[in-house]
Design a protein around this ligand. Structure first.
Ligand code: NCD
Ligand code: ZN
Length: 336
């Protein structure tokens, strides 16, 4: 099985030692990825974007991989600033304040008039807005409650491309077809697990993430649009590494580390579900190319049906399916 130019449209590469430890896990197998800006402090100036991109390129060494950079949304960004940074970024990521890891400086309240100058400038400059769509309501309802905010923004800024990041509910799936300018990324783990897998038996800290995995009917709604390669849906792993100590702790950090296994497990999932390979190709690359208007470098990943035992950890970060066997392995990566 071959996949060409895989793209990960939502990836946390971190910084410092963690960046050195995990960057290659994505850079080897993907042609490019949208890089999340939730560092400490968040990436919010032109200089920070450029410097972070350089640190990423240094960390991946000889791998051929494009980091598509993002800024951490602030309502204070004006048109002159956005024009000055337009060529350095692919999108801007908006976090509600305090909703997830390193999001304290995010947006509180979603007052359209307060956001208007920045969002209109983004529309004019054709900069997509990626949103972590959760309210601060009851944890299982946060995303469904946020759909009304997506709708408000989609209506108020009809020319702004809005990407509902890592959607986990049937409500978000339904919103996709109602508003022309709403798109979505979907992770691997939300196609595979529900809250039962996280907390239904012994607590599984390595499956704990934001948004929390939801109900079986939500997972089914996500699977449906992924397997049929709905053109507004893209793969975004939300691979979010934390050191083992931060996960196996009282006060477990949110985030699932999937980067080293995503392509293999997606191959297995599409096979098990009898879905066409061309739909996997669209989900993993084609749809993102259309939505973001990017032309990724040609990289072909050949997968073979050969069991692979997932390592216990990658430099101290425990991946999804650690110590378990998955059905597909990566056989070869070629360029051109
Ligand atoms: C992410 C992280 O650790 O940066 N965590 C997560 O659970 N997904 C942040 C995020 O995307 O919410
Ligand atoms: Zn994320």
């Amino acid at each position: 099985m071959q996949l060409t130019a895989p793209l990960d449209m939502h990836l946390h590469l971190r910084d410092g030692e963690m960046l050195q430890n995990i960057a290659k896990a994505s850079a080897q197998t993907f042609s490019g990825a949208i890089i999340m800006p939730n560092l400490v402090p968040p990436v919010s100036t032109k200089e920070e974007v450029i410097a972070y991109k350089e640190r990423i390129l240094a960390a991946i060494g000889d791998e051929k991989f494009t980091p598509y950079m993002t800024l951490f949304f602030k309502p204070s960004y004006d048109k002159a600033f956005l024009e000055s940074v337009r060529d350095d970024i692919t999108a801007i990521k908006l976090y509600p304040a305090g909703i997830t890891t390193n999001s304290e400086g995010g947006v509180s309240g979603f007052d359209v008039e307060e956001l208007r100058p920045t969002l209109e400038a983004m529309s004019e400059l054709n900069i997509p807005l990626c949103i972590h769509g959760e309210t601060n309501g009851f944890v299982m309802d946060r995303e469904a409650e946020f759909v009304s905010i997506y709708e408000r923004l989609a209506t108020a800024f009809p020319n702004l491309k809005i990407i509902m990041e890592h959607i986990t509910t049937k409500e978000s799936v339904a919103a996709l077809d109602k508003y022309e300018n709403l798109y979505a990324t979907i992770t691997l783990h939300h196609l595979l697990i529900t809250l039962d897998d996280v907390a239904g038996g012994m607590l599984k800290p390595h499956l704990f993430c934001k948004p929390i995995a939801k109900r079986p009917e939500d997972k089914e709604a996500l699977l449906k649009v992924v397997l049929e390669a709905h053109p507004k849906v893209m793969f975004g792993s939300d691979s979010a590494p934390h050191p083992r100590e931060a996960k196996e702790a009282c006060g477990c950090a949110a985030g699932v580390f999937t980067a080293p296994i995503v392509l293999q497990v997606l191959a297995e999932l599409f096979e098990n579900e009898d879905a066409p390979l061309e739909n996997l190709q669209a989900f993993i690359s084609g749809n993102a190319q259309n939505i973001y208007n990017v032309a990724p470098l040609a990289k072909t990943v050949t997968l073979e049906k050969k069991p692979f035992t997932v390592p216990s950890d990658y430099n101290g970060v425990v991946p999804m399916y650690a110590d378990e066997e998955i059905a597909y392995s990566i056989k070869e990566i070629t360029y051109g």
